[in-house]
Ligand binder design. Structure first.
Ligand code: NAP
Length: 256
């Protein structure tokens, strides 16, 4: 597709060991990016590199030394990061009174502080080179509120706010910053939500999954490759005017 040329650009994707991140890595590799696949599960990353090429970058995004080690590895093996996809995330769920400080801090550490630090690390190089793409995989929980998800919703609203602030700051630099905001996606994260609903309500797995599907006006879970499609669409030169946007991929569940 014209405007999607990637010129072998280097794309660092976090949370790339499975789910949405693995689908994004595969899509970006297919488009000609050199993909740095980052997550903690080294074996899963190596399997993905075997299948799609690129570099496995074992990294705990909440550990500053681990992140720096990962960034150094990417710089040494591939070169400077042109595209950063902040996708690693965790989701826990509880009514407000049962949200522990540990759960709150864990959620913000992975979903908000880590994307902030990674973005801060790579954006100056992008600005100096006059080109860059930063995509945050947020959630439609970054656009509206849901019950029993105080920490998750706060972290995802935070990411959308971070994206908007950076979009204002970076508008003249050649770096674009956007967020992709999925509804429930068919990954381990949704499987865990289905298991929680089963435990809390005694429903069957099918009925619990149906509750999540019903939230989407299209009555289904989103597939990981649909989120990957939205990300890849933001990366080419022709997408340079798409900046500061929070793009929902949720079947029309949230309309802003
Ligand atoms: P998933 O299947 O649970 O995968 C989560 C990914 O994040 C894994 O690759 C995991 O890798 C990585 N990760 C978690 N903690 C990490 C840490 N401390 N350091 C490095 N990597 C870490 O989740 P998913 O559904 O693909 O979700 C991906 C993103 O989409 C998340 O930001 C999530 O909030 C967002 N999202 C998901 C849904 C959904 O319904 N699934 C909806 C909206 C938004 P390792 O375990 O190997 O480290």
């Amino acid at each position: 597709m014209r405007g999607m040329e990637t010129n072998g650009r280097i794309a660092l994707v976090t949370g790339a060991s499975r789910g949405i991140g693995a689908a994004i890595g595969a899509a970006l590799a297919a488009d000609g990016h050199r993909v740095a696949w980052a997550a903690r599960d080294r074996i899963a990353l190596e399997r993905l590199v075997d299948a799609h090429g690129g570099l496995a970058v074992p990294m705990d995004v909440t550990d500053e030394a681990s992140v720096q080690g990962g960034l150094d590895l990417v710089a040494a093996e591939l070169g400077p990061v042109d595209v950063l996809v902040n996708n690693a995330g965790v989701a826990e769920s509880a009514p407000l009174a049962r949200v522990t400080d540990e759960s709150w801090e864990r959620t913000l550490a992975v979903n908000l502080t880590a994307p902030f630090r990674l973005t801060r690390a790579v954006v100056p190089g992008m600005v100096a080179r006059g080109f860059g793409r930063v995509v945050f995989v947020a959630s439609n929980a970054g656009l509206t509120g849901y019950r029993y998800t105080a920490a998750y919703c706060a972290s995802k609203h935070g990411v959308v706010g971070l994206m908007r602030a950076l979009a204002a700051e970076l508008a003249t630099t050649g770096v674009t910053v956007n967020a992709v905001c999925p509804g429930f996606v068919d990954t381990d994260m949704s499987a865990a939500a289905i298991a929680r609903i089963q435990r809390a309500t005694g429903r069957s797995a099918e009925a619990a999954r149906g509750l999540l599907e019903d939230l989407n006006p299209q009555k289904r879970l989103i597939q990981p490759d649909e989120v990957a499609h939205a990300v890849r669409m933001l990366l080419g030169d022709a997408a340079r005017g798409i900046h500061g946007q929070a793009i929902a991929v949720d079947g029309g569940q949230v309309m802003k």
